[in-house]
Design a protein around this ligand. Structure first.
Ligand code: ZN
Ligand code: ZN
Length: 302
């Protein structure tokens, strides 16, 4: 059976996807032409040209080969996958092995994502990777951290000292080669993937993103230890985390399938008291009623 797709909207931003811990997580922003994590390669992900992988855990990464292969079948140009640097070579090997099994290696663009180095998708849109607090892979005894990604709108605004100038005056300054505008960044959405709390929550473009997608895998009081051991957030972490955040919406995701959403809301209220932060919501609360249109064969679980 296909997973029910959730659809969350905030202003112009639309996020489609699914998220359950250990099972599958992917978030698609169709208007931004990008996806965060690939999940098992569901239909919504195939439609976008850019996929940003946070780490290699199967629930986030299983559909990589399927994504590239299906893009070829539906005559879309090869997709672009951005992944933590250490995963690039293994992913290339994975595609070669699939080529042996399937008989055809799909064309693919795979790029290393480096924390703090912007990836330009459009003149007015960049994606900025940042390190989160979840192990990606061990490398020479060091733990390499998983990545989060922020999609940031970039605008140019007339500098304050030039406000009030007429059109011809502005053209004149431009002709003199003067820089009359300044760059403004509007962080639209920050996706933290799997993570425990960490310093990344103090990054300007994360804590001020209009929408923040945040791990909240564990809610039961007895699961605090498990949250720490697995580098995930526990709902009790929110008490310390929320005051640091200036987001308009904070969308909790990656919940365990064991916890029903009604129960999850109870835990949230119990944890944060009667004045539960209005910005908070659970991503899977936005499930579409009708679910996915027609489950594909590849969705069936043997
Ligand atoms: Zn996960
Ligand atoms: Zn993980």
């Amino acid at each position: 059976m296909g997973q029910p797709t959730a659809e969350f909207r905030h202003g112009d931003l639309r996020l489609l996807g699914f998220s359950a811990a250990g099972e599958e997580t992917y978030i698609v922003a169709p208007e931004l032409n990008l996806a965060f994590d690939v999940g098992r390669g569901q239909r919504e992900v195939l439609a976008v040209d850019h996929v940003f992988l946070t780490h290699g855990h199967m629930d986030h990464a299983a559909g990589i080969a399927y994504y590239f292969s299906q893009r070829m079948f539906i005559d879309n140009p090869p997709g672009h996958l951005y992944a933590p640097e250490l995963l690039v070579a293994p992913i290339q090997r994975l595609l070669r092995v699939w080529g042996e099994i399937d008989g055809h290696e799909p064309p693919a663009h795979i790029h290393p994502a480096v924390p703090g180095t912007d990836i330009t998708l459009r003149r007015d849109l960049v994606v900025r990777p940042f390190e989160v607090n979840h192990p990606c892979r061990r490398h020479r005894r060091d733990t390499v951290h998983a990545l989060g990604y922020a999609a940031i709108e970039v605008r140019r605004k007339l500098k304050d000292e030039h406000q009030g100038l007429t059109g011809p005056q502005i053209v004149e300054l431009k002709n003199q080669g003067m820089e009359i505008t300044r760059r403004i960044e509007i962080p639209l959405v920050a996706y933290c993937g799997d993570t425990a709390p960490g310093d990344f929550l103090d990054l300007e473009f994360v804590r001020r993103a209009k929408v923040l997608l945040l791990d909240c895998t564990f809610l039961e009081p007895e699961h605090r230890e498990r949250a720490r051991a697995g580098y995930h957030l526990h709902v009790s972490d929110l008490r310390e985390v929320l005051p640091r955040l200036n987001n308009e919406r904070i969308v909790l995701m990656h919940l365990s399938r064991r916890t029903a959403l009604t129960k999850a809301r109870d835990y949230l209220e119990r944890e944060l008291g009667p004045e539960v932060d209005e910005r908070l919501c659970f991503f899977m609360d936005f499930r579409r009623r009708s679910g996915r249109p027609a489950p594909r064969q590849s969705d069936s679980r043997a």
